[in-house]
Design a protein around this ligand. Sequence first.
Ligand SMILES: Cc1cc2nc3c(=O)[nH]c(=O)nc-3n(C[C@H](O)[C@H](O)[C@H](O)COP(=O)(O)OP(=O)(O)OC[C@H]3O[C@@H](n4cnc5c(N)ncnc54)[C@H](O)[C@@H]3O)c2cc1C
Length: 398
Amino acid sequence: MAPRRHILVVGASLAGLRGCEALRREGYDGRLTLLGAESHEPYDRPPLSKQLLAGSMQPADVALRRDPWDDLALELRLGVRAERLDPNAREVTLAGGERVAYDGLLIATGATPRKLRGVAPLEGLHVLRSLDDALAIRRALEKGPRVVIVGGGFIGAEVAATCRSLDLEVTLVEALAQPCVRGLGETLGAVVADLHRDHGVDVRLGVGVQAIEGAGRVERVRLDDGSALAADLVVVGIGVVPEVGWLEGSGLRLRDGVVCDASCAAGPPEVVAAGDVARWHNPRFGEEMRVEHWTHAVEQAEACARQLLGAGEPFAPVPYVWSDQYDRKLQIAGRVGDGDDLRVVQGSFEERRFVVIAGRGGRLSGVVGMNRPAPVMRWKRRIADGISWEEALAAAEA
Ligand SMILES: Cc1cc2nc3c(=O)[nH]c(=O)nc-3n(C[C@H](O)[C@H](O)[C@H](O)COP(=O)(O)OP(=O)(O)OC[C@H]3O[C@@H](n4cnc5c(N)ncnc54)[C@H](O)[C@@H]3O)c2cc1C
């Protein structure tokens, strides 16, 4: 493979920045461009629903790059949106018409919040993805609003916890049977629901939102069951969709993300994708995945860097996510869902300090811990080792 001369990274956030850092670490000394649509330097998103929202962190505290930028020797272009990709010409067209040629491309454009259908914009209606979103919500929280959170996924649950820490009145509305079901399944989702109830959140489950009403600004949230919740602030956290609009018509395969092979190549070997935007075949689990978590974005960006430099190998991580709610740290590694065999191997749900392992298809497939970080990491290594469910149960007894 001829050495690359210009690697372009589109998306200046976690995966994009960590990809650039990995390229330099791996010895790439050619031209490197990192471009992103936001005007902020790359920042960390997890604090946006936690410390930054609570006011205990400031925007400067969430910067992702702490070392000098000069060490990376890259062209950082912020406030610039990629609009089109032509993989045959190896060119990305930017808003405004400029064309940027590359011989290696890392797609790291992440994801954007899903919108509630049929709901018009109103003052007091928010989503939470960006630093600007978080700062806008934080300003609104200072007025002591009645908060309704639509969507009980990790972000909705974290915002609920943060708002309760500010002593605000909070209702959490989730259309599914429990919060965090996508990551945890119903049994463990029920533990999260109880955690919030015990902290004074009005948890409404199995009910959808029919309308968000108000004259110019949010006044109430009307639910499918006919009830209405008075509200001054509504945060909608109903998931995200991958940012692939600029890749339409490029010929790359798009299906809930950029479809990649096991080495994260998105068709042509010089085009790779990482982070929330990438869907790839994870050989460890034998399934296609798109993972929307921090650690994954870093690991996949590093794998993409190696792939671009010709040292790629199948990317086979054990997905991992953490979520901080109140004084509880929830950690999940691998796959956990309804229908899995679940076994509490340490602690209990009642004390909200536990480790639960999950078995699927005769194998250890996942682990969930609450305030038990060290054992979660041990079980994560066992998942990586590919041990059977029986071996896992024996290890739990030992
Ligand atoms: C509020 C919040 C809290 C979170 N908390 C946790 C947590 O506790 N634990 C955890 O594991 N994960 C957490 N996550 C998830 C984690 O932050 C994401 O998985 C991670 O940010 C993904 O990184 P990424 O670089 O793939 O995408 P993103 O961070 O979404 O970055 C993509 C970047 O690309 C830019 N972009 C998009 N389209 C274009 C374009 N056409 N041209 C140029 N630039 C473009 C975007 O503006 C954005 O800056 C949280 C996320 C949020 C929003």
